[in-house]
Design a protein around this ligand. Sequence first.
Ligand SMILES: *[C@@H]1O[C@H](CO)[C@@H](O)[C@H](O)[C@H]1NC(C)=O
Ligand SMILES: *[C@@H]1O[C@H](CO)[C@@H](O)[C@H](O)[C@H]1NC(C)=O
Ligand SMILES: *[C@@H]1O[C@H](CO)[C@@H](O)[C@H](O)[C@H]1NC(C)=O
Ligand SMILES: *[C@@H]1O[C@H](CO)[C@@H](O)[C@H](O)[C@H]1NC(C)=O
Ligand SMILES: *[C@@H]1O[C@H](CO)[C@@H](O)[C@H](O)[C@H]1NC(C)=O
Ligand SMILES: *[C@@H]1O[C@H](CO)[C@@H](O)[C@H](O)[C@H]1NC(C)=O
Length: 289
Amino acid sequence: MFASSIKSIFLLAAAAVALPTSGSNQTKPFIWDGGAVSQFPIHSSCNATQRRQIEVGLSEAVFLAAHARDHILRWRNESEIYRKYFGDSPSMEPIGAYDVVVNGDRKHSLFRCDNPDGNCDIEDYAGHWRGENGTDETVICDLSYETRRSLSTMCSLGYTVSGSETNTFWASDLLHRLFHVPTFGQNHIDHFADGYEEVVDQAIENVTLSTHDSETLQYFALEVYAYDIAVPGVGCPGKQHEHEHSSENSSSQSTSTSAGTSAATEAATTTSDAPKNCHTHEGGELHCT
Ligand SMILES: *[C@@H]1O[C@H](CO)[C@@H](O)[C@H](O)[C@H]1NC(C)=O
Ligand SMILES: *[C@@H]1O[C@H](CO)[C@@H](O)[C@H](O)[C@H]1NC(C)=O
Ligand SMILES: *[C@@H]1O[C@H](CO)[C@@H](O)[C@H](O)[C@H]1NC(C)=O
Ligand SMILES: *[C@@H]1O[C@H](CO)[C@@H](O)[C@H](O)[C@H]1NC(C)=O
Ligand SMILES: *[C@@H]1O[C@H](CO)[C@@H](O)[C@H](O)[C@H]1NC(C)=O
Ligand SMILES: *[C@@H]1O[C@H](CO)[C@@H](O)[C@H](O)[C@H]1NC(C)=O
């Protein structure tokens, strides 16, 4: 009885393989991951050199995310760096956030170079998520090719994790851009904290936001890459967290940004209010999504 039901299950399974859908056409076996897209689609508006730089940047973004995931898998909250950014949060959410970028299907995403919304004409725009105009789409502007750096320059040229912008590198900049695309960020990863100081504060005061905060995920990935890989056991964390901004040469804007809750509110609206997705980071750089 038991053996025969096993046998009939087996036969049913075999029949399912042979007769995939309507039964009218028996040519194709069922392949669970049929149609998988494993390369990031890049639009024909990107010329050869642009495409090459975006591809290399994306592979660095994937490497950065994969290492961040692997660091958490190895150390969880035993890692001081983990606790600094994620407090005592369960590790599944950040692991998943990184792994979606590493292994998630790339079908519903597109990088393009043709400035369809005209935003690349705005000063300081290095790229943006198209929002309502193309929710799967990311535009990379010419400024990116001039300014974004390879991860191989991590901890050099004056870069420190706390003292430099997260968009210094292609890897972290594109990680941020991927998080805006719903297929990766799933409208769950968002901007809650802006800049290093707010990110570290958030891990103390609002820790449940940290594991799906775009900036936190970028800073953590950069810091563990610096510490584990670029300069092993040393890294380049930069000046550690303090509440005073007096020692920094940032504009008065950034002091008020870091102090007030209005910044968090403003940042939280960025995914829905697509047209003006810019906010000022520490150091005064306009940061556009
Ligand atoms: C079966 O598949 C072939 C090749 O895709 C197609 O030409 C044909 O029309 C299909 N037949 C039916 C009955 O769907
Ligand atoms: C691609 O376009 C950029 C301008 O954005 C230009 O600087 C570069 O030379 C072009 N590359 C090729 C191979 O045409
Ligand atoms: C790490 O997480 C475990 C399980 O949630 C918890 O019991 C422990 O106190 C945490 N350790 C540190 C150092 O925060
Ligand atoms: C904590 O999160 C709440 C809800 O998003 C927000 O209003 C508040 O400003 C946050 N506080 C800090 C210190 O980040
Ligand atoms: C402020 O910036 C100037 C010029 O960039 C630099 O020389 C100076 O050391 C900075 N001061 C502080 C406190 O960082
Ligand atoms: C979407 O398109 C409109 C009309 O061209 C434009 O005004 C707006 O800035 C675009 N939004 C984004 C996020 O680029």
